[in-house]
Design a protein around this ligand. Structure first.
Ligand SMILES: CC1=C(CCC(=O)O)c2cc3nc(cc4[nH]c(cc5[nH]c(cc1n2)c(C)c5CCC(=O)O)c(CCC(=O)O)c4C)C(CCC(=O)O)=C3C
Ligand SMILES: [Fe+2]
Length: 342
């Protein structure tokens, strides 16, 4: 297969206060997220002047990818398109068509399987192609990378750094807490071809980072950033409840590592650096938050390696044991049932 471009696929985020509500409406399109929840989330964005850091993080990542491609003679022009905010993927795809692109490789900013993290990016590609119409470039999405050394390594380094911020005299009562975006339980059950893939991959990443960063400490995998109507079950426990439980059983310090994410976007800086940190302070827990890969050189070279893997120029690097594939089965990770907005 000959590929003629690279496109970064991401979530998108508002870049000014007036963007916030239209962005949020795009995110929840028909998914029954209550208005009160949207208003609450809008508040989180307003704490940062209505600007999510995620778009700038994508610009920085794309610049790093350009430099990496140039240094390794990967001769692909690069593009960037989002699911929920400008630059929207459909607009990017139209530009790619105008530039003569026919078949691009796409890298999505999520390491895991599941509807929101993987399948929805395939749907974004299909919708953008339908929008562009005849001569719309094709996009082959690059594989999930939860156990790649270019993802596990930067998370490991970050946990080590965060651990060094805590009091070594209390190491015996220190704990690692890995977090990822909560999703509806049904979505978790139907993730991947045989179900449970999102959780299984997160468990594997947590195990790998734990073993490499601090094998002597106990660790947990918990969830953050729940949304949706309260009567719909999502993955639990929430990190804040979990911190309460840890404090109650004598834990004195925590390192919180958001292995569910690739950059320190709003869900990380609000839900962890504000909410969870406040919870920890109230409980008297020492708290250190590990950073996400961002533009870590090993993460950037992983993206280049994924491209070279697809063009047959190198083989896969995997630290875990779960199966990894290039093309997802058509029927895996169904979208959640649509609910009327309440
Ligand atoms: C698995 C997963 C990831 C990780 C994989 C990936 O990265 O793709 C992720 C990432 C992100 N989620 C983000 C923001 C939001 N997610 C929401 C809502 C939801 N997320 C869900 C899941 C996930 N989300 C789900 C099942 C919903 C319910 C509604 C729906 O089914 O769509 C809402 C709606 C309001 C609310 O929170 O209730 C917002 C604003 C941002 C941007 C942050 C920024 O702006 O910096 C990022 C990177
Ligand atoms: Fe989300």
């Amino acid at each position: 297969m000959v590929y003629d471009a690279f496109v970064l696929l991401s979530f998108g985020g508002p870049e000014k206060p007036d963007d916030v509500m239209p962005f949020l409406r795009n995110v929840v399109r028909g998914r029954g997220v209550p208005d009160e929840r949207l208003a609450e989330v809008a508040e989180h964005y307003m704490h940062f002047g209505g600007v999510s850091p995620i778009n700038q993080q994508c610009r920085d990542l794309l610049a790093a990818i350009d430099a990496e491609f140039a240094a390794h003679e990967v001769g692909l022009p690069t593009y960037w398109g989002n699911r929920n905010w400008h630059p929207m993927l459909a607009d990017t795809l139209a530009r790619m068509r105008d530039d003569g692109v026919e078949h691009a490789l796409g890298f999505a900013t999520s390491a895991y399987g599941g509807y929101s993290s993987c399948k929805q990016y395939w749907e974004d590609i299909a919708a953008a192609r339908a929008h562009v119409g005849p001569r719309a470039p094709r996009i082959a999405k690059l594989r999930q990378f939860h156990d790649d050394p270019g993802f596990v390594g930067p998370h490991t380094e970050a946990v080590t750094t965060a651990l060094a911020e805590l009091d070594p005299a209390r190491r015996a009562t220190t704990r690692l807490v890995f977090t990822a975006h909560s999703i509806p339980v049904t979505m978790a059950e139907t993730a991947g071809p045989t179900g449970g893939r999102y959780n299984a991959q997160l468990e594997e990443t947590a195990r790998l980072v734990h073993a490499a960063a601090a094998a002597d400490l106990p660790y947990d995998l918990v969830w953050q950033s729940r949304s949706g109507p309260p009567q719909v079950p999502w993955l639990e426990p929430d990190i804040n409840d979990h911190l309460e439980a840890l404090a109650a059983k004598g834990v004195t310090d925590v390192v919180v590592s958001p292995i569910g994410f690739v950059s320190d976007h709003l869900e990380v800086i609000w839900d962890l650096d504000n909410e969870a940190k406040d919870t920890a302070e109230r409980l008297g827990l020492g708290y250190a938050r590990a950073v996400t890969p961002g533009v870590h050189p090993d993460f950037v070279s992983m993206i280049r390696r994924l491209v070279q893997e697809r063009t047959g120029d190198r083989s896969r690097e995997s630290l875990g044991t779960l199966p990894i594939w290039d093309v997802c089965p058509a029927d895996c990770c169904p979208p959640p049932a649509r609910r009327k907005a309440s």
